[in-house]
Design a protein. Structure first.
Length: 428
C-alpha cells in the first residue's frame, strides 16, 4: 500500500515537471522569433521588449487570485482549466494577423499559465514529506531550465525551416496533449484510489504512514500573509532570481548574436549550454543533494538558507558576462550565474509549503510568484530600453546584479529561520 502511494506521488512529480517543460516551450518560442516577428510586424527592440513582457502582465495580475482559488478548489480543478487555456493561447499566436492580436495571445497565455507554479508548490506540499520536497520540486523547476536548453535550439531550428507561425502552432498542439494527460492523471491525495482494484479514497492512516498528512482547512488571509517578514524576504529574494532568469530567457539569443557576432543559427545552439548547466544545478544540487544532506542528519533550516544565499550570490557572475569578449567567456559567466541561481530555485519553491500557516500554501506561492512575475515583466522591458539606448548589454547586466544584492540581503535579514508562520490570533 505504501509503495503504491510512493509510486503515485513520484508519477505526479514527473507529471508536473512535464507540464513546466511544455509551458516553457510556449514561453521561449517568442524569444527565438525576435527577427521574424520584428520583420513581420515592423516593430522595434523596445516594442519587442514590451511583447516579451506581455505574458507576464496577466500572469502577475492573477497570482494572488490563483493562490486563493487553489486553496479553495484544489490543484486538479484549477489545473485542468489553466492547461487548456495555455494551449489555446499558442494557437491564437500562430493565427495572429497583427501585433495587437499577438499581444492578446500573449495575455491569454499569462492567464492560462498563472496557476502553474503555485499549483505545483501546493501539489508537492500535498504529496511529499519535507525531507523529499527539494528533489520533487527540482523536477518541475529544473524542467523550466531544461525546456530552454532543448526548446531554444529545437524551436529555433523549426523557426528557420517552417516559419514562426507553424512553430507556435506546434507548441499549441503539444500543450493540448499535455492538457489531456494532466486531466487524466492528476488527483489530489484524498481522491486517489486506495488500491488499483478499489475505487475508495485513501484512508488518513495510509496517507500519514506514507508521509502525506491531511491538509488543514484553516487559511490565513492575504493581508496577513503579505505583512509577514518571512514572506516578504522570500518574495524579494526569489524576485531577484527571476529577474536574471527572465533576462536570459528572453534576451540571451539576441545577446550572443549581437554582442559576440554569432550568427542566429549558432546563437540558438549556444543558448542551450547555460540552460543545461542550470538543469544540472537545479535537479542535482538544489534537489537531490539538498534532500540527501537533510535525510542524513543535516540541519534542514541551515542547509536551505545556505543554499539560497550561496546560489543567489553565484548569480552575480552575470557581471562577468558584461565584459566578455568571446563566446567561451560569455558562456562561462552566464553558466556560473544561472547554474548557481538554479541550485537555489527548488529550495525557494519548497519554502511556501514549509512556512505557510494552515492551508495557505497556494496563497504564499501566489505572493511569491507575483514578485517573480513583476521581475518577469521588468527584465525584458528594462533590458530592451538599455540595449536600444546604449547598444550594449553591460548596463542591463549591472541592473540585474544590483537586484541580486537586494535579494541576498532579504534572504539573510527578512526570511530568517525557515519555519511555519503561526496562524493569526482570532479575537473573540
Amino acid at each position: 500500500m505504501i509503495d503504491a502511494v510512493a509510486r503515485q506521488r513520484w508519477k505526479i512529480a514527473w507529471l508536473l515537471g512535464l507540464g513546466v517543460l511544455v509551458n516553457y516551450f510556449d514561453r521561449v518560442n517568442l524569444s527565438v522569433s525576435h527577427d521574424a516577428l520584428c520583420s513581420s510586424f515592423g516593430i522595434s527592440d523596445v516594442t519587442f521588449g514590451f511583447l516579451l513582457g506581455a505574458y507576464n502582465w496577466t500572469y502577475a495580475l492573477l497570482q494572488l487570485p490563483s493562490g486563493v482559488l487553489l486553496d479553495r478548489f484544489g490543484v486538479r480543478r484549477v489545473g485542468c482549466v489553466s492547461t487548456f487555456l495555455w494551449s489555446v493561447a499558442s494557437f491564437a499566436a500562430a493565427a495572429a494577423q497583427g501585433i495587437g492580436a499577438f499581444f492578446g495571445a500573449r495575455f491569454l497565455l499569462g492567464i492560462g499559465e498563472a496557476p502553474t507554479f503555485p499549483a505545483n508548490a501546493k501539489a508537492i506540499g500535498y504529496w511529499f514529506p519535507p525531507r523529499e520536497r527539494s528533489f520533487a520540486t527540482s523536477l518541475f523547476d529544473g524542467a523550466a531550465k531544461f525546456s530552454s536548453a532543448i526548446g531554444v535550439p529545437l524551436i529555433g531550428l523549426m523557426l528557420l525551416h517552417i516559419g514562426w507561425r507553424l512553430s507556435f502552432a506546434a507548441t499549441g498542439l503539444i500543450s493540448f496533449l499535455y492538457f489531456l494527460l494532466f486531466c487524466g492523471m492528476y488527483h489530489d491525495p484524498e481522491h486517489v484510489a486506495h488500491a488499483e482494484e478499489q475505487d475508495t479514497a485513501l484512508t488518513a492512516e495510509v496517507l500519514a504512514e506514507a508521509g502525506i498528512v491531511e491538509q488543514p482547512r484553516e487559511r490565513a488571509s492575504l493581508s496577513f500573509l503579505i505583512r509577514q517578514k518571512k514572506v516578504l524576504g522570500l518574495a524579494l529574494g526569489f524576485g531577484s532570481y527571476n529577474y536574471v532568469f527572465y533576462l536570459l530567457l528572453t534576451w540571451l539569443p539576441v545577446y550572443l548574436s549581437r554582442s559576440l557576432n554569432i550568427d542566429l543559427a549558432h546563437s540558438f545552439m549556444y543558448t542551450g549550454v547555460p540552460w543545461l548547466v542550470a538543469t544540472v544545478g537545479d535537479v542535482v544540487f538544489g534537489g537531490w543533494l539538498v534532500d540527501f544532506l537533510i535525510r542524513n542528519g543535516g540541519n534542514a533550516d541551515r542547509i536551505r538558507r545556505i543554499w539560497l544565499v550561496v546560489g543567489t550570490t553565484m548569480g552575480l557572475g552575470i557581471l562577468g558576462a558584461a565584459r566578455a569578449h568571446t563566446p567561451g567567456q560569455a558562456l562561462f559567466w552566464i553558466s556560473l550565474a544561472i547554474g548557481g541561481l538554479s541550485a537555489a530555485a527548488p529550495v525557494g519553491w519548497s519554502v511556501p509549503s514549509l512556512i505557510a500557516p494552515g492551508d495557505s500554501v497556494g496563497s504564499v506561492g501566489g505572493i511569491l510568484n507575483l514578485s517573480n512575475q513583476i521581475s518577469g515583466i521588468a527584465a525584458p522591458i528594462i533590458t530592451g530600453f538599455l540595449v536600444n539606448g546604449r547598444q550594449s548589454f553591460a548596463a542591463a547586466f549591472f541592473v540585474a546584479a544590483a537586484y541580486l544584492a537586494i535579494g541576498i540581503t532579504a534572504y539573510i535579514f527578512l526570511l530568517g529561520e525557515i519555519r511555519t508562520i503561526p496562524m493569526p490570533q482570532r479575537t473573540a
